[in-house]
Design a protein around this ligand. Structure first.
Ligand code: HEC
Length: 97
């Protein structure tokens, strides 16, 4: 198993097992998140110094990307926003219960 396969197994195991995860979207979302969101919202999305955005849905993300207060404006397309929501949902699944 390659490193991506291991990561998928790990993340999907932790996520809610209700619907299959689109892994292309997952990796796109992960890349976008690491590049552009992690520095403010933390690697796990818990955003201790900003906002915990784990589990945020497409509509919430769209609104936030238009920018408000400390949140910068991002120009992203529908696919990128959908990808971010897939990744944020996986992060939601890693939350300590
Ligand atoms: C420069 C730091 C910074 C970066 C980079 C950043 N954010 Fe934020 N974000 C914030 C802050 C701070 C808030 C809280 C808004 C406020 O009140 O200022 C926020 C709020 C949000 C919210 C809304 C939470 C709510 O309460 O509705 C979402 C969703 C969000 N960010 C997603 C993202 C995503 C997705 C990215 C990457 C594309 C990102 N953010 C990048 C700082 C950042």
């Amino acid at each position: 198993m390659n490193i991506k396969g291991m990561l998928v197994a790990m993340l999907t195991g932790a996520a809610l097992a209700t619907e299959p995860i689109d892994t292309d979207l997952l990796f796109l979302g992960q890349g976008l998140y690491i590049d552009q969101c992690q520095r403010c919202h933390a690697a796990d999305g818990s955003g201790p110094s900003t906002v915990d955005i784990r589990g945020f849905e497409v509509d919430d993300i769209k609104m936030a990307l238009q920018g408000f207060e400390q949140m910068p404006v991002f120009d992203m397309n529908e696919k990128e926003i959908a990808a971010l929501s897939v990744y944020l949902n996986v992060l939601e699944g890693t939350r300590q219960r």
